[in-house]
Design a protein around this ligand. Structure first.
Ligand code: COA
Length: 260
């Protein structure tokens, strides 16, 4: 697929994916969602060799300012529910992606933008980033998982307040609430995300994939997170990497992981 709204740049095993609709503050229109679905789906480019993916927004002002409101006007109950389901499915692809995905939030992360950041495994915010779920201002609610993931990250008390008021919060408050992992000076969000991915790349890649699976299982009501952890742990112990990692520890040397 040829991407119109995603810029892809790969360097040193780290793929930076930039939502590139700066004139609309990178709002997620249907085309952009299709491109994200393709990229993170099974027909997307091979990412096996990658350390991870960084998701960010073009320009200095916005990460993503939401779903594209200009496409909203024609929605009815049926097409609205379909849009929400499709959006959730795309963001589940990101949440379940087998390589670490970090959002480098470089400005407004509102509505679908906040939901996109929350679907990533971690969030690094620049100090002037702003987060919020302002959908109630439009008379709708978040439809791409925002009502669920916001509670997962910051708890019901603050989540329901932000969801009901539509208030925006700054990066420092987002950090205090547990919504973001790190706050850095503007322009350094991608750099910080790279630093984290380079650190993770020294660990066993299968173990990292299994961390993603086991942590995500905690939030699946049809799965028992502890059972999933048992299974994932068993899978990791059955790898060459685990034998190498354990041997390296005992021999007091650095492990050489092969992803097998
Ligand atoms: N969908 C479509 N277009 C959007 C958009 C969105 N979610 N957010 C911003 N844009 C467009 C604006 O319409 C404007 O386009 P125009 O120049 O053709 O008029 C352009 O991006 C710049 O936005 P503007 O509102 O002029 O910038 P601002 O600095 O005054 O305000 C925001 C920035 C983020 C506060 C404001 O754009 C906003 O509130 N956006 C909507 C946020 C939202 O409700 N998101 C949830 C959607 S469900």
């Amino acid at each position: 697929m040829k991407y119109e709204n995603l810029l892809i740049d790969e360097e040193d095993g780290i793929l930076t994916l930039t939502i590139n609709r700066e004139s609309a503050l990178n709002a997620l229109n249907t085309q952009t969602m299709l491109e994200l679905q393709h990229f993170f789906g099974e027909n997307g480019p091979s990412t096996k060799h990658l350390k991870g993916v960084i998701v960010t927004g073009a320009g200095k002002k916005a990460f993503v300012a939401g779903a594209d409101i200009k496409e909203f006007l024609a929605l009815d109950a049926e097409s609205g529910a379909e849009m929400s389901q499709r959006g959730q499915d795309v963001f589940f692809l990101i949440e379940n992606f087998p390589k670490p995905v970090i959002a480098a939030v470089n400005g407004f992360a509102l509505g679908g933008g906040c939901e996109l950041a929350m679907a990533c495994h971690m969030r690094v915010a620049s100090e002037d980033a702003k987060f919020g779920q302002p959908e109630v201002n439009l008379g709708i609610i978040p439809g791409y998982g925002g009502t669920q993931r916001l509670i997962q990250y910051i708890g019901k008390t603050k989540a329901i307040e932000l969801l009901m008021t539509g208030d925006m919060i700054g990066a420092d408050e987002a950090w205090r609430l547990g919504l973001v992992n790190h706050v850095v000076p503007h322009d350094l969000a991608v750099e910080k995300a790279k630093e984290i991915l380079n650190k993770i790349a020294k660990k066993g890649p299968i173990a990292i994939q299994k961390v993603i699976e086991a942590v995500n299982a905690y939030f699946q009501y049809d799965q028992d997170g502890f059972d999933a952890e048992v299974e994932a742990f068993g899978d990791t112990t059955d790898t060459e990497d685990f034998k190498e990692g354990a041997a390296a520890f005992i021999e007091k040397r650095k492990a050489e992981f092969k992803g097998r």
